[in-house]
Design a protein. Sequence first.
Lengths: 377, 298
Amino acid sequence: MATLETRNLGRRFGPTRAVDDVSLAVGDGELLCLLGPSGSGKSTVLRMLGGFEPPSAGAVLIDGDDVTRLAPERRPTGMVFQSHALWTHMNVFANVAFGLKLRRLPRAEVRRRTEAALDMVGLAGFGERRPTQLSGGQQQRVALARSLVLEPKILLLDEPFASLDQHLRERLREEVREIQRRAGITMVFVTHGQDEALALADRIAVMREGRLEQVDRPEVVYRQPRTEFVAGFIGQMNLIDARVEGGRLFAADMALPVALADGPARLALRPEDLGLAAATDESGARVLRVTDFGAHLAIDLETIDGQRLKATAEPDAGWMAGMRVALRPRRFAVYRDGHLCPMPAQRAGDPPVSLQTLVAGQPAATAGQPVWHHHQH
Amino acid sequence: MSSVDATPIGAGAKARGAGGRRPIGLLLVAAPVALVLGLIIWPVALSVFDTLTVHGPQGLEFSLEAYRFFFTDGFSLRNLWLTIRVAAICTVLLLVISLPIALYLRFSETRLAGYIQALALFPLFVPSILLAYALIRTLGPNGTVDTLLVAAGLPKMPTPYLTPWGPIIGLVWDNLPLTLLIVLAGLANVSRASIEAARDVGAGSLTILWHIILPRIRGTLLVAASFVILGLFSAFTLPYLLGPAAPEMMGPFMRRTIIEVDDPVQARTQAVVTFALCAVFALFYVRSVARSRREQTS
């Protein structure tokens, strides 16, 4: 039951700015994912929230109270570390109970709460085991229980499932989500996995080189990436060098109507938004490879000017390697200097009719407006 | 059927493979084993044999006379007792001094830590004879410390030179690098995250030291203590140059017994007693290593 806020948070290591001007607000009971590539500063932000790293600039507020100078042991935060960081000389029960014992709670209550926490993470009856006797997933659950047992206002998770295999990761992810909903706990979850962020988060904060690129709900981050970096980082995206001439954008063998000044630009196309049609001659893109994923086909293409693209199609679409195809984008976005180009909605009558220019304007101004139309085909 | 046949064939191949490697392994071990046997075990066995026999009228006879003498001779016992006391004090001092330094070096991120480590390891590169004379010049009567005290208008200090504290100071200085390196190696196993996790649940510095760090390096501290004690029992230069004439530590005592008193059997007896004491600590060490191996593999 708590809110978390950072104001212009910054951290320098020597001359490098690991974190620069990060202002975030996390609502009560919200799960925010900090997402970014390695070295983007997301872990440093989390460590500053937990008190393990002193900020060089800015402030951290929990429930409106400034905790910037507070040591970790005095903050109402709990942290789950990537490496579990269990104390191997203690058994599982002692690991979870350690924080409660430090608070000098009655022995019976320590036992009750520890067992409840172990039960919550599905490890009831594991108390007497040593951490080294547990699997990686079980160890991470103990680490989770160790934090949860103290009922922190804010739970911080630093890539907690990075060392686990895909299957286990997905299961634990769901469990964390479930615990978070049940306990109504405010969480900040650091990950470099976009799947994890999309599956878990109420909102995603995408970081790059210490700065926030975009903070939005997962579907907005996916469908309306504000920068070219976010577009390329979240989900699969074809980013193609293009140029605008006389209201038309030329990329590969496509010509798309845009309302932009002439000059170079980058065309962004999701594989699922790239429609394919059988080409009548040899001038189209060539199908390099077709991978059948059951629910859809993943198609690798090479355009006539040698660019590699990805597209998806229905499983029974019948595409095969070696075929020639014409590209029929259903939705696209254009970036210039790394930023999304605001464009008015498509002008009526612009050929080709099957295209729709689906680009958001200023997200704040257009919020609530149906700027992204799905083309039914 | 084929799978049933395959098992003994596979097992046979495995056994041959292991047998084929064995001569090389034995050869590799042979050289050090031969050296240890020829240069250590054999002379030790001869010495022990010498201390347990006397020349009687019928040739060599078994006798505990040498040990009876050692353990009834007040002078010998005082020397042994002094050695044990100095070793104990040095070990405690070394652990108490090196633990905070090691903790600082392990968990500090400042550049200063590098210089402090270099400074702490410096004694490793100073021969103990130089150290002994340097300590005489600084801590001896009218040495540097006295000069400074007088210049500051303070009374001179009682010098540790030629008291048991002389070798204690020298031995602590001399053994600090080794102890520090061992403790540092042990601390390397204590991850920063495990300490941060403890802070996260509300533990202060002392709680972390007592409940998180010390339990993890208990074995290491035992190893360090065993190493230091073994070194102290065989120390010679520093006790010889800095220590009192009587009682004296076992190193100088053995040298004097064989060279000045010309009593090789008694010198060997002293050596065997010292060796037996060291063996007890060596046993501690071996057991602690074996236990940590077991914990790692389990």
